[in-house]
Design a protein around this ligand. Sequence first.
Ligand SMILES: NC(=O)c1ccc[n+]([C@@H]2O[C@H](COP(=O)([O-])OP(=O)(O)OC[C@H]3O[C@@H](n4cnc5c(N)ncnc54)[C@H](OP(=O)(O)O)[C@@H]3O)[C@@H](O)[C@H]2O)c1
Length: 210
Amino acid sequence: MIEIAAIWCQDRDKLLGKKGDCELLWHLKEDFDFFRRVTSDPTARGNHVVMGVETYRSLPKRPLPKRLNWILCFPDERRALETEFAGDLAGKNLRICTSLSEVSEYIATRAVSVSDVDKVFIIGGASVYNWAVTTNQVQKVYVTEIDYSFAQDTELSVYVYAPELAMNTDYMPISSTEWMFSESDLTPTGEKIKYRFCQYALKAHPKCSQ
Ligand SMILES: NC(=O)c1ccc[n+]([C@@H]2O[C@H](COP(=O)([O-])OP(=O)(O)OC[C@H]3O[C@@H](n4cnc5c(N)ncnc54)[C@H](OP(=O)(O)O)[C@@H]3O)[C@@H](O)[C@H]2O)c1
């Protein structure tokens, strides 16, 4: 079975970012390093990162190197995206899909053995995370938690949030590091960002019975 994981960074209130604005509300170098380390695979042919179009548009360098990038869209959007990203699609590491099974099928046809399958990571944004988690399509979730509330606007509807995991009976926490302080990055009020790395797994997943 091809494991599909999701990976995100949230604040104390599960905030992910601002609606319609893919610029992250924080900079946490340790989280960027973690993201790169988990999603890249220097030894194999490369892992897969799946994202919505807003997240893809927001990548400072796109497609992400050393990973096969997939834009997830609805079938009627496909043609427009193929036109918009024709240049990137001419390279080798961007593809467009309309379902996660399209990604799994692509991987299955390329794998030469059961242990040889690539890993798949959903990397955003909010609508894709919420859809994938509420439909139990991800087996594992990597969450970087920041112990700070970044919402400055009193109008909370401008923000987008991560799916609930702790209260979700389908997922359970499987690991968490201690809280740590960033070496280089500060909150807007000038304190070192406090963060930890957590993992959740879908209850039916083998990791949960360890
Ligand atoms: N903190 C983090 O780790 C992190 C990581 C990535 C992004 N973000 C934040 O997330 C926000 C962007 O999220 P977003 O939701 O606006 O954009 P997005 O998820 O990147 O892209 C949204 C697009 O994907 C489509 N889509 C959603 N679910 C789909 C599905 N199941 N199948 C096919 N297409 C689907 C949406 O269609 P519809 O509009 O029709 O639903 C929409 O066109 C930003 O604030 C960004 O900063 C945070």
